[in-house]
Ligand binder design. Sequence first.
Ligand code: FES
Length: 111
Amino acid sequence: MQISKDFLKNGEMNEVDLNGKSVLVANVDGKYYAVGNVCHHMRCKLHRGTLAGNIVECPCHGSRFDVTDGKLIGWLKSTSNDLLRALRFFGWAKDLQVFECLLEGDKVNIE
Ligand code: FES
């Protein structure tokens, strides 16, 4: 799918539909990034949360993800690093799918 570069201002994010899949697109310092928009915890949509720099925080229970690479940074608001490691081991806490954003003139192709 293709969006205009003007779709988002710096520091903004929104949802797009990519072949039926909900994708979060974010503009971080003029670069576009796209990751899965559904939090793995209880399926809240991340674009309704907050974006601080390259970190999106889930609006429901505060899990945090890096939009530049989809990495899970923190699972729920109060989870310790030890518990996060255990949850990752069992596959409950996982990273977001990453989609490629290719700049083509004043358009951004999301694949
Ligand atoms: S649904 Fe995202 S942290 Fe709970």
